[in-house]
Structures are given as structure tokens and as C-alpha cells.
Design a protein around this ligand. Sequence first.
Ligand code: NAD
Ligand code: MG
Length: 385
Amino acid sequence: MKNIIILGSTGSIGDSSLSVVKESKDKFNIVALSAKSNYKKLAKQAKEFKPKALCIVDDFKNDLESLLDYKPKIYVGKDGLINLIKENRACLLLNAIVGFSGFLPTLEAINQKMDIALANKEALVVGGNLIMEAIKKNNVKIIPVDSEHNAIFQCLKGHAKREISKIILTASGGPFLNLPMEDFSKISIEDALSHPNWSMGKKISVDSATMVNKCLELIEAKWLFDVDWKKLDVVIHPQSIVHGMVEFEDKSTILSMSKTSMKVPISYALFYPNYSNSLSVDFLNITEGLNLNFIKPDIKRYPVLALIKDVLKNLGTYPCAFNGANEECVESFLNKKIKFNDIFKFIEIAVKEHKNIKNPSIDDLIECNTLTREKIKKLIEGGSV
Ligand code: NAD
Ligand code: MG
């Protein structure tokens, strides 16, 4: 039995993670679950998996309690989330929180010597230096849940870093791969949320449409695989069957494919270093004609892919500023305060005007995130792009 904690259990990845656990109930014991505000869903999950601890970040403790049929310890607020991690032992924590808010809980779990199954890519984007340092210091593992990184993690098995020539992340291109660029300003929230291949939370759906998701993933890959930024690349692969590939110095390429189901990488991370042999996902039927295409991304369509190179080269607090600006913009787009094509313009301002801090501390990162978000918020309210 593996004792596990799942943070962000009420979201898209949280949901899929619990359904993987449900298929192998004899292998996992759920120690704790958490959500931001969806207490009804958290109560439903709690009644099924009976974790001994829960956290509801927004103050819905009484509402949550009233729906339960047993008495787990209930934590509240951001500090509650950290205390839950400090006070409950597990060997693996799956972090499926979205955004910067997942950073400190990830770091705390590592310091409590838990292995990490990481879906919350923003944690690595903003604080990769501190997270990877803590991983080494505490001698724990980090297993990526993000499908591209999970695929690459598998491709790299048994290979030394010096053998790597290039790490290639695939991108579906999102819903606007073929939309004329002059129509970008008319993109509605519904359009941006309708991803062609994946069903995901709102923020990552918008990030996939703007290609910011791939930028975040390049930084995530930089920290996870520790290669020179020039060895990281992106190709558009509209079918989302190949999730990632690695070219090696001997001119061979290893790639990893599966059906487009997040249950595959989630299961890999939960079972690691073992394998599940009972996952309810179909094999790829490779004789049915997979029709795989790989296209070089058009930088005019996705200028953020050019911007991210400077961020990758310089690191420090640049990724945190990039991420903070994006989080503010996505929220504003979803609240109809800015247009879809304004997102890039504000991120560009945040990056171009950012004063970098090399090797940032936790406080530097919190400050960078807060100040960047405040700055972008002001610009948006002032109506300036
Ligand atoms: P989601 O919006 O569906 O779920 C987010 C979860 O985090 C919810 O349980 C929510 O209650 C919780 N949460 C939100 N804000 C919080 C806060 N401030 N403090 C604590 N908890 C908070 O998101 P998702 O699509 O499941 O994505 C989760 C993470 O996984 C993201 O970082 C995303 O980039 C990454 N990811 C998602 C997918 C996918 O297919 N959905 C794929 C790869 C990576
Ligand atoms: Mg991904």
C-alpha cells in the first residue's frame, strides 16, 4: 500500500488521479485531499476514499463538515495546506493545484521527504532552482505528470545526460492552429476553452491556445532534465499521440506515444517505479493508420515562443515574472477584461521591463509574483496595451 496525498483533487487532473486510484484500490491509501473552494466535490471524494485529512483553502469548513459522514481533520487556508503537509505522512504527494499557489506546498512536501508526482508545472517554472535543490538535498524523486515530460522521462531511462542531443516537446497547436491571424482578436472564451484533443481545467486550456503552456513546459523541462536551453525544442503535432521525444548524439530518436488520456502519465507517476497492468485505457491501434504529422511552429502565429528564449537563457526571476503576468492575463481574459490577443502583449511588457534576480529566494519569488501581477492588473485597468 502506498500512502499518497493529492492536492487539487477536485480539478481535472485531481479527478483523473482519483479514478486511477479507484482502479487499483488495493495499491493506494489516500491520506489527504485538498481543494480551493469546491467543498461539495471534496466532500463526495472524501466520503468515497476516507482520507484522514482534508484542506479547503477558502473558508468553507462548516459547509464541508456538514456533508461528511466521518470526522477527518480539516485544515483551512493557505497555511492550512502547508500544515496538512507537515502533519500527515505520505510517501508520495501528487500536486494537481493550478498556478503559483502550488509552489510552496510542493517545496514543503519535498522538505517533508515525500516523492512528488508533479502536474503543477507552475511550481517548477517559478521556483525550479529551489525545488531541484530541495529534491537533491532531501534525496527524493520528482516524477512529471505533465504528459510531454512524462514521455521524455521515459525516453531518457537508461541514458546519460551527455548522450542527449535534443529534447523535443510536442504541442497540439491548440484550437487556433489554422485560424487566420486577423481573427485572433475575436476569439471568445468558449472558443479558447475548446481544446481539440484534451479536456482540461480553464487556465491550461487558455494557455494551450496561446502556446504559453508550451513556454511553461520548456522551463519545466529545463529544470527537470537539466540540459542547455539550446537543446530544448517544440514541434507542432496536431494529433497529440506522440507526447515527447529525445534525439541522441548517436542520431537515434526515441519517442513515447499513447492514447490522449492523462490517466497514462498519472498512472506512471503513481505506480513509479512499478507499472500498472490494469489501467482502463486502450492501447494505440497502430495498424489503424495513426497519420502522425510534425510541423515547425510559426513564430508569427505564436510570438511567445520567441520571447520565451530570453526567459530560458536568463532564468532567475524571469520565469516567475512571465508566469505571474500570464496568470493575471488569463484571469482577466476569462473575466472579459482583455481580448485573447492582448495576453501576449502584456506578458511581453512584463518580461521586457523585468529586473532579474539570479538565484531567487522564496521571498524574492513571492514578491516578484505579487508585483508583476499588480503591475499587469494596473495596466489592464488603465486600458493600456
Ligand atoms: P483545474 O483548474 O481543473 O484544477 C485545479 C485544482 O487546484 C482544483 O482542485 C482547485 O480546487 C485547486 N486550486 C485552484 N486554485 C488553488 C489555490 N489557490 N490553492 C489551492 N488549491 C487551488 O486544473 P487542472 O487542469 O487539473 O490542472 C492542474 C495542474 O496540472 C495545472 O498546473 C496544469 O497546468 C497541470 N496539467 C494539467 C493537465 C490537464 O490535462 N488538465 C495536463 C498537464 C498538466
Ligand atoms: Mg503538457
